[in-house]
Design a protein around this ligand. Structure first.
Ligand SMILES: C[S@@+](CC[C@H](N)C(=O)[O-])C[C@H]1O[C@@H](n2cnc3c(N)ncnc32)[C@H](O)[C@@H]1O
Length: 401
């Protein structure tokens, strides 16, 4: 009879063979693979045709971001617009901007928005830009389609076209609506990158850029504007830095002169353009071919503080970057607190004693509801005072000596 294998009993706790737990790999479903393959076919290309029909060719949940600059439905109607010197103003009077009625425009808007939402990944988002002629109608449709509005952004034009007739205010801005696919979407927002770009101030919802002029303006063969409503690349640059990651797929269903494609290529994103007018497609292709993408290492943006590993203040004390008994100071130096061995702070002011975490004590000395202790409290160095956040950063980088 073969010997029966028995497990040798030891009093050691059972060890798992697998060692430290690896993060579970996300399984990709067959459906997701097919979606990716179908979308791949269109990556970095311009689909010619009507955007609703073209989007129907794209699978569900296959793009990360939609940037849309739809027809404005300007309803010019007052004949040719001229400057005081009688020269003609190059307004938008193209066929693509004409709709029979508000209802026709709304039906069109709702149809393309529904397609855009279908092809967005669950954590995807959309930006739609427009003027007072259309943006309110578009905004209602965005909400009715199921998107979740995150912000509206005012693009303030530093060099707007004057109101030649002097009958209204100078129309000096356009509005962008930024919306997530749904309320539950974990949309991309590179908060820290935008703050860094804005000299360490939180990025606001009013952005100032000049309208597209000079060498950026794409010209046709006769030297005229290749497209009447070419958007500045700086605007798309900010949109992509704000809400995409390198390698993300950005779809633009109203591609025009290809501003979205040019910015995407430059910033290491992928694009899918849709445009129905061949002359704009030709201009866009020529334009994008000239763009030299940035090196991938130059594309790295400041990571969000939320993505960085958590380091409690106690660790700063345990690693002796700050020793118990040392003093921390408020930014203006009008408050100070002593550090204790457990990482708590202690303040004695006359009869009042306060103790607690860096945040709690920071809030208490200012009589504030809350306080970010990491940026409020400063420690003393030979070269001056620095926020303790600097020490947290050192630990994250593994510099504890
Ligand atoms: C406001 S412009 C976009 C300009 C573009 N953002 C740029 O920077 O050049 C709108 C574009 O959408 C195109 N368009 C209008 N209706 C369309 C449709 N149903 N399908 C595809 N393209 C359409 C027009 O030909 C026009 O080029």
């Amino acid at each position: 009879m073969p010997a029966k294998k028995t497990k040798k009993k030891t009093d050691k706790p059972a060890m798992k063979k697998s060692g430290p737990k690896k993060p579970a790999l996300k399984k990709t479903s067959q459906k997701e693979n097919t979606a990716a393959a179908t979308a791949d076919k269109f990556l970095d290309t311009i689909i010619k045709g009507d955007c609703i029909a073209a989007m129907k060719k794209l699978p569900d949940a296959s793009v990360d971001l939609v940037f849309a600059d739809p027809p404005y439905n300007l309803q010019l109607g007052q004949g040719e617009l001229t400057r005081p010197d009688n020269s003609r103003v190059d307004g938008v009077d193209d066929e693509w901007d004409k709709f029979d009625s508000f209802k026709a425009y709304d039906d069109f808007t709702r149809s393309w928005l529904a397609q855009a939402r279908r092809i967005l990944k669950p954590n995807g988002a959309i930006w739609v830009i427009g003027s007072y002629h259309n943006i309110f109608r578009v905004g209602a449709a965005v909400q009715d389609t199921g998107f979740w509005i995150l912000n509206d952004v005012v693009w303030r034009k530093s060099n707007p076209m004057p109101n030649f007739r002097g009958t209204r205010l100078t129309n000096a801005h356009e509005t962008l609506i930024w919306a997530a696919k749904s309320e539950k979407s974990k949309y991309t927002f590179n908060y820290r990158a935008l703050k860094t770009a804005n000299d360490d101030l939180q990025m606001r919802s009013d952005w100032e850029f000049p309208i597209c002029t000079g060498s950026e303006r794409i010209k046709d063969d006769s030297g005229g504007k290749a497209h009447p409503t070419q958007k500045p690349e700086s605007l798309l640059y900010r949109v992509m830095i704000a809400s995409t990651k390198p390698g993300d797929i950005v779809l633009d269903p109203f591609f025009g002169s290809g501003t979205t494609g040019a910015a995407a290529k430059y910033l290491g994103r992928r694009y899918i353009g849709i445009e129905r007018d061949q002359k704009y497609i030709t201009a866009a292709k020529k334009r994008i071919a000239r763009v030299k993408p940035l090196e991938s290492e130059d594309l790295l943006t400041q990571p969000s503080p939320k993505a960085a590993p958590r380091v409690p203040f106690g660790t700063v004390v345990e690693t002796k970057l700050i020793k118990p008994g040392s003093k921390l100071f408020s930014p203006r130096g009008n408050h100070s607190a002593k550090v204790r061995a457990d990482g708590s702070l202690y303040v004695k002011d006359g009869d009042t004693e306060i103790q607690g975490s860096i945040h709690k004590v920071g809030a208490a000395v200012q009589n504030a509801q809350a306080c970010n202790g990491w940026t409020y409290w400063h420690y003393e160095e030979k070269t001056g005072r620095r926020p303790i956040d600097f020490l947290r950063d050192k630990i994250r980088k593994g510099i504890t000596g």
